[in-house]
Design a protein around this ligand. Structure first.
Ligand SMILES: NC(=O)c1ccc[n+]([C@@H]2O[C@H](COP(=O)([O-])OP(=O)(O)OC[C@H]3O[C@@H](n4cnc5c(N)ncnc54)[C@H](O)[C@@H]3O)[C@@H](O)[C@H]2O)c1
Length: 369
């Protein structure tokens, strides 16, 4: 971990969208940082968190903030299965009963589920109120808390309902990872590997040479991942083209996650997705030299088990419902080499993938062991 605090600014053109602060111990200094970004005292602060984190972090933060501002704490049952519109409705009603007005602010305290859902609630409550992200999982610290994608899952697929709505600030305290169950680290690691393949070969080499299982080792990758995300989102906030590179591994990944009824986590599904989409890139002749094999060696370190029961037809249905797909054509962002994504002659990062090739990639996953 870089010893000094890291401060990044996410911009769109000349306007600043969001400040990101990465600093050990930051969780104990949220009040001062939040007020310094806001410049004035909000009418209220409401923390949205999940049932696992309410006691562990929520109540302490709430006590701290309430010294200066009227503070509320709302929690919902932890887990992807609760990232639904029903939970959104529940939280909206709680905000109303806490009499949160348009000058009230929300803090999303938790992993990507809390961040996506709390961000979505903030974007629609009274047509949008200011919110902050305080991510506490590796996945949320390197990825989901930045970039303003908010939303919930629907019966017909993952993240199908949502908005683009940036938090005013993202406060990342890597020390909070010390309480994260080790089984959750793999989810963040999937996204870290994604960043290395799409944009940073030396990060890929560092990962290949690391054991990838010590929190201390993983913390050092947080700033670089945030820098890549900030750079990509600043250049293409609304995902017209370049931002789709951040979805590498996610078309197959989201389909697997939804088809498993969310029993398989997002991070693990994305790792499988990178296996499959890397294979598609190789079959299309994009993935240069032996870079596909190098990616395979790195991903195999996870020993994810057997996936011989993946159902091609069901996965195809989810992939066709993916937000990037259009008019029955599956679109993906695919690597050209480690550290660089492929573009079409017209400069598009979205590559059409024939359905047969998609099914072939699932067959490849079924035979992985
Ligand atoms: N918006 C985006 O750009 C974006 C990008 C990537 C992923 N996502 C979304 O992120 C979600 C996955 O996020 P996640 O992996 O963080 O899952 P999560 O939010 O479900 O958190 C995982 C578990 O860890 C617990 N936890 C969180 N922080 C902890 C801590 N410090 N100590 C102990 N326990 C802790 C949580 O209570 C939960 O049980 C998915 O819904 C995915 O779609 C969004």
């Amino acid at each position: 971990m870089e010893a000094d605090p890291v401060r990044l600014s996410l911009k769109s053109g000349a306007s600043s969208l969001c400040d990101i602060l990465i600093e050990e111990g930051l969780l104990g200094r949220i009040d001062a940082n939040l007020h310094s970004l806001l410049g004035s005292n909000p009418s209220s602060i409401t923390i949205i968190t999940d049932s696992n984190l309410k006691k562990q972090y929520g109540e302490t933060l709430s006590r701290e903030l309430s010294k200066r501002t009227r503070t509320g704490l709302i929690s919902f049952s932890a887990g992807e299965r609760h990232k639904t519109f029903a939970t959104v409705t529940f939280i909206l009603a709680r905000l109303a009963s806490l009499k949160v007005d348009r000058k009230g602010v929300v803090i999303c305290l938790g992993g990507g589920v809390v961040g996506d859902l709390g961000g979505f609630v903030s974007s629609i409550y009274k047509r949008g109120i200011t919110y902050f992200q305080v991510p506490t999982t590796l996945l949320a610290q390197v990825d989901s808390s930045i970039g303003g994608k908010t939303g919930v899952d629907a019966l017909w697929g993952k993240n199908q309902i949502g908005t683009f709505y940036h938090p005013r600030g993202v406060f990342i305290d890597p020390l909070s990872l010390d309480t994260l169950p080790r089984s959750e680290l793999i989810n963040g690691l999937g996204e870290i590997i994604k960043y290395s393949v799409i944009a940073n070969r030396s990060l890929f080499d560092k990962l290949s040479n690391s054991t990838m299982n010590s929190v201390a080792e993983l913390k050092q990758f947080i700033p670089e991942c945030c820098r890549i995300k900030v750079r990509v989102v600043s250049m293409d906030e609304r995902e017209e083209n370049l931002r789709s590179v951040l979805n590498y591994g996610h078309t197959v990944g989201h389909a697997i996650e939804a088809a498993s009824d969310y029993s398989l986590t997002h991070g693990k599904s994305v790792i499988l997705g990178m296996f499959a989409e890397g294979w598609i890139a190789k079959e299309l002749g994009f993935f240069e030299g032996n870079d596909f094999e190098k990616q395979e060696v790195l991903l195999r370190k996870f020993k994810l088990g057997s996936f011989s029961n993946l159902n091609k037809r069901s996965l195809l249905r989810y992939a066709l419902a993916d937000k990037k797909s259009s008019s029955g054509v599956i679109m993906m962002s695919l690597p050209e080499k480690i550290g660089k994504m492929h573009t079409t002659e017209g400069g598009s990062y979205r590559i059409p993938v024939p359905q047969e090739l998609f099914k072939g990639s699932i067959e490849y996953l079924r035979n992985l062991n």
